[in-house]
Design a protein around this ligand. Structure first.
Ligand SMILES: CC(C)(COP(=O)(O)OP(=O)(O)OC[C@H]1O[C@@H](n2cnc3c(N)ncnc32)[C@H](O)[C@@H]1OP(=O)(O)O)[C@@H](O)C(=O)NCCC(=O)NCCS
Length: 194
């Protein structure tokens, strides 16, 4: 028998393809414009890091990070609506930042809707700062588009490898950087992030 025992205390572990039905059930409740099953599968195929926060009741939230060429990118961070406001989002973003350090990147980027005040507050409290915006980045109601706020955090030069990340597992192969550095952005980043 190969039963999977769910942890009593919330615990972060790698997402498995078998988790996708549970993850998608959260995704469609948490977002007005949710990722599809295919988007998550593409992230697995691309070698991105997908993690879930799980407890005895099941998956509480999850995060997706890509890392390549000195940069990491938070592609998704989500806590099930009924478990929001209990520190799980903070725990997940901290773990993604920790994972980015393990990948030895210098900067972590993310995009967020300007209307998403909870997420922006979380990212500010986690050391991210706003460095620009991307016009018409997100789909919005009535066929419109919404800008994205671009946020970033510099990780500094000291690289630490935590006990939590498997030492034997090499960082994934270098992936195409999702974000090419632009000088205004780099200047903004150097000015405000620590
Ligand atoms: C954004 C999200 C991940 C936050 O997760 P969470 O578990 O609710 O957040 P936490 O309980 O860890 O809160 C951490 C910090 O976030 C901020 N925050 C969280 N919810 C907030 C809210 N409703 N309003 C304002 N700030 C909020 C606070 O600064 C909080 O710190 P504090 O309690 O010390 O003040 C969660 O709301 C979510 O999954 N939303 C839907 C998906 C989403 O929008 N993801 C972000 C995409 S960019």
């Amino acid at each position: 028998m190969n039963a999977i025992v769910k942890p009593q205390v919330p615990h972060v572990r790698p997402m498995r393809v078998e988790d996708l039905p549970e993850v998608l059930a959260i995704e469609v409740r948490a977002y007005e414009f949710p990722w599809t099953d295919g988007v998550f599968r593409d992230c697995f195929k691309a070698g991105y890091s997908l993690w879930v926060l799980e407890s005895a009741v099941g998956i509480l939230g999850y995060g997706v990070l890509s890392a390549a060429a000195q940069e990491a990118h938070v592609l998704n961070l989500c806590v099930a609506p009924e478990y929001q406001g209990q520190g799980h989002g903070r725990r997940l973003i901290n773990r993604l930042v920790d994972l980015a350090r393990w990948h030895q990147v210098e900067r972590v980027f993310l995009e967020v809707r300007p209307s998403n005040h909870a997420a922006i507050a979380l990212y500010h409290r986690s050391g991210f700062c706003e460095i620009g915006n991307r016009p018409n980045y997100y789909p919005a109601r009535n066929g419109r588009r919404e800008d994205a706020v671009v946020m970033a955090r510099l990780l500094g030069l000291s690289v630490r490898q935590t006990q939590d990340w498997p030492a034997a597992r090499a960082p994934p192969r270098r992936l195409r950087s999702l974000r090419a550095s632009s000088s205004p952005r780099t200047a903004a980043l150097n000015n405000c992030c620590g």
